[in-house]
Design a protein around this ligand. Structure first.
Ligand code: AMP
Ligand code: MG
Length: 357
């Protein structure tokens, strides 16, 4: 099997919908990253997703639903057979409703009580299910025409760099899936923020992502908390230390490159190593490294002006680019900022550079 590339035309979207309805897998564009989609309520389709990705079955999937209007979004999750609304407390329901109204369609995933018919493979046997309403018009068209929810984890082999273009998906899964819909580069570039809505209406942040903690707090009026620092520690089984890993080892410099002394740089960065700056001029850094190391190194910057949205959008493509540059190892910088999308970027880079199992 070699994946056929489809485009965002009416005819190709109909082909993608037909393949999904038959229980096949289709890689689809979303605003976060490309997803490997299969029917969320069909255990056989789910089993194919885990097999194609080599994803461990303890790692639950996110179910994606078609767009629906404000005020009707929680009900749509129940109608789709995903969520049991009767198990929500009034406070949890109010928070979930506010979040769905404010951030859907968009890069926010809500963890809510599962409906009885959701396969265990989708939820990893948990009594909750993760749900999201994506904003990408191609994902929306497919979900609307299909009329069924889709599980869609990132369309890469497990543990590796997430794909933000159809070409990335092809490089990861060409021989393992039948179809890839090319919807252009993903606008956000990091995965969704995952929050679990608690009985008291507060939100536990299980994964930083495309919606910031500040944005969530502005809507719920309550601070989001990180479960590892809370006595109410919640399991989010997929949050492994090593993830998003390039083929070559990735290390984090002890401080931003521009602030390191020449001696320190020379002790760490070897000739030909790839360097991923979070901000600033790649050209300036490349020139300095050439002076210090005597040879030209591949250097990329996520956002020359330090813009977090641009940095997020460039993150995975930049990692892939440096990974393919021939460098024996890669370096990046520690994140000093905690606002906006920087926590999501820092999370991905920390795990991309974590020791591998
Ligand atoms: P992805 O890898 O982008 O498909 O995102 C799936 C991630 O969402 C998992 O690895 C978990 O961290 C989180 N998740 C999904 N379902 C649940 C759930 N029921 N409870 C807690 N976290 C979940
Ligand atoms: Mg993933």
């Amino acid at each position: 099997m070699t994946a056929t590339i489809l485009h965002a035309t009416e005819a190709d979207i109909a082909r993608a919908v037909a393949a999904l309805a038959r229980g096949e897998l289709v890689a689809i564009p979303t605003e976060t990253v490309y997803g490997l989609a299969g029917l969320a309520l069909d255990p056989q389709a789910l089993a194919q997703i885990f097999a194609a990705k080599e994803r461990p079955t303890f790692d639950p999937l996110i179910a994606h639903v078609a767009p629906s209007p404000r005020g009707a979004r929680l009900q749509a999750l129940a109608t789709a057979g995903l969520v049991d609304l009767a198990l929500l407390t009034p406070a949890a329901r109010q928070s979930a409703e506010r979040l769905a109204d404010a951030f859907w369609p968009g890069p926010l995933t809500l963890v809510l009580p599962r409906a009885a018919g959701v396969p265990d493979l989708c939820t990893a046997g948990l009594d909750s299910v993760a749900v999201r309403m994506p904003a990408h018009p191609v994902a929306q068209a497919i979900l609307t025409q299909l009329g069924q929810p889709l599980a869609a984890p990132s369309a890469n082999r497990f543990g590796r760099v997430s794909p933000t273009t159809a070409a990335h998906v092809l490089a990861e899964l060409a021989e393992r899936i039948g179809w890839i819909v090319d919807g252009g580069p993903c606008a956000i570039g990091v995965e969704s923020t995952v929050v679990a809505v608690q009985a008291d209406g507060e939100c536990a942040l299980l994964r930083p992502g495309g919606v910031t903690a500040e944005q969530i707090t502005a809507v719920t009026g309550q601070p989001v908390f990180k479960p590892q620092t809370s006595p109410l520690a919640l399991p989010s089984p997929g949050m492994l230390a090593s993830h998003y890993a390039p083929s070559q080892p990735l290390h984090v410099l002890p401080a931003p490159l521009a602030t390191l002394a020449d001696l320190e740089v020379r002790a760490l960065v070897q000739p030909g190593d790839g360097v991923l700056l979070l901000a600033g001029s790649a050209e300036d850094a490349a020139r300095r490294l050439e002076q210090l190391l005597g040879t030209r190194s591949p250097v990329l910057t996520l956002a020359p002006d330090g813009n977090d949205a641009i940095a997020a959008q460039q993150l995975f493509a930049s990692l892939r680019h440096l990974d393919a540059s021939g460098a024996a190892q890669l370096w990046t910088e520690p994140t000093t900022r905690i606002d906006g999308l920087w926590p999501a970027i820092a999370d991905r880079l920390t795990r991309a550079s974590a020791p591998r199992p």
